[in-house]
Design a protein around this ligand. Sequence first.
Ligand code: B12
Length: 418
Amino acid sequence: MKVALVHGKYFNSWEALGLGYIGAYLQARVRDVEIGFYQGCFDDDETIITGCQDSDIAAFSCTTPTFPYAVKIARALKQLNPGIHTVVGNYHPSAVPQDCLVNGIDQVVVGEGEAAMLDIVNGRRERIIQGRTMEFTELPWPNRELIRNERNIQVAYDDNKKRITSFQSHRACPFMCKYCLDGHFKVLYGNARKAPMRYRPVGDLLDEMQEVARRYRLDLMKFSDPTWNTDVDWVIEFCREKIRREFTVPFYPNMHATICTEEMINLMAEANCYEIAVGIESGSPKVLKQIAKGTTVRSIRRCVAWAKKAGILVRGYFIIGMPDETEDDLRLTESFADELEMDEYGFSLLCPYPGTQMYDADKYRSVDWEHADEYSNDFWNSNHLANQQLKEWQRYLTEKFKNKLTWHNRVLNNAIVK
Ligand code: B12
C-alpha cells in the first residue's frame, strides 16, 4: 500500500506536524505501508504530482487558504491515475466538510486524523468521516524524518540564525474566542459541548524535546499549541522537570494572559523560556468582553509585567476589526500597545475563516481564500468601520511599530503599505 501525504502550499513553512503524527501512526500499525511526503512550499507541482501518481491514496492537509491547491493537485493526479483515492483533512475540511466534496476529492476527514487515516487505509470509504480523538498514550512521536523537518529548520535558520522547530503539548483548546476555529468545538469534535482536553505527560514531551533538540541541534523550541498555558499546574510540572533534567534549550510558547501566576512565570524563566507570545487582541475592555477570550486589560497588563520582570521577551498580537469595534476602541488599542512596551508587535485584520463564529457561508463561501487572510483581505468590515478604514488602522499601527514588528508583519508590510 502506497500513501502520499501532502502539506499545502503557503509562504510560511512550518513543519507539517499533523502529517508527522499521521505518518508515524500508520507506520506503527500497518505492515507494508510505504509513505511519501511532499510540502508545497518546498516541492514544485511537478515533483509532487510525479511523486504521488502511483500511490493508492493521496491525502492532503488543508487550511482554508491551501484547500484550492489540494484540489488542483488531486485533479491532476486523477487524470494520470483515475484509481487514486484522494482524501482531505485538517481545519478547513473539518469546518466545511460538505463544501470539500468537489470534483477530484473522494473523502473528507473531520477532526483528528490518525485513526481515521488508518480506517481509510483499511478500506473505509464513506465520503465524510469523523476522526476519533486520540490519547497521547496511543500516539507515537511525529515522524520528523518523514516530514523532512530539516528543511523547515533550515528556513528558520536562514531567517534568523536560529534552528527552531515545534512540539505539541496538548490537544484541543478550552477557550471559545469568537474569531478562532478552535473555540468552535462542534466543528472539530462531532458536536462536543466542551473541548476534549488531552495533556501530554510531561516526561514524554520532554523526552521527545530532548531527543529532537539533540538530533537537530536546536537553538529554540516552539509549541504548536494555540494556547500553551491552559493549565497552570501542568506548566509548573513541565518547568520543574525541565529544570531538574538540566535541559537548557530555550522555549517559546503562546500564552493566555489570564491563566498565569507570578510563580508560574518565574519558573518559566528559570526553565529558560526565551519569549512568550500573548494574544492581546485589543486594548478596549468592551471588545475583549465581546470576543469572549477570558482576558482583561488588567490580566494582560499583569502577565506582561511579570514576564518582563522575569527577563522573558514579550510578543503581543493584536486583531483589528472586531465586530463592534469603533475608532475609540482602536485608540484604546493603540495606547495599550504603547503602554505595554513589548519586544515585538503583530497587527492583523479580523478574518472570518470557515468554522469560526464570524463565518457566514452565504457571504463568504465565494471569497478567493487563496489570496485572503488575516494580514490582508478586501471584504471584512466591522459594524462601524469599512474594510479600507480597518486597513488604514493596520497600516498606521504597523508603521508606528515598524522597528518591532513580528516576522509575518515585516514580510507582509510592503503588501499592506501599498
Ligand atoms: C501552528 C499553527 C500554524 C503554523 C503552521 C502550522 C502548519 N504546520 O502548517 C503557522 C503559524 C505557520 C500557521 C500558519 C497559518 N495558519 Co495556523 N495554526 C496553527 C495552530 C495554532 C496549530 C496547528 C498545528 O500544528 N497543530 C498541531 C498538529 C499536530 O495538529 P494539526 O495540524 O491540527 O493536525 C491534526 C488534524 O488537524 C488532522 N489533520 C491535519 N492534516 C490532515 C490531513 C489529513 C489527510 C487528515 C485525514 C487529517 C489531518 O490530523 C492531525 C493529527 O491529529 C492552529 C490551531 C490549532 N489548534 O490547531 C492554527 C490554524 C490551523 N491556522 C489557521 C490559519 C488560518 C493559518 C493561516 C492561513 C494564517 C496566515 N494567514 O498565515 C496560515 C496557513 C498555513 C498553512 N500551511 O496552511 C487556522 C485555520 C482555519 C481554517 N479555516 O483553515 C487555525 C485553525 C487557527 C484559527 N485561526 O482558527 N499556523
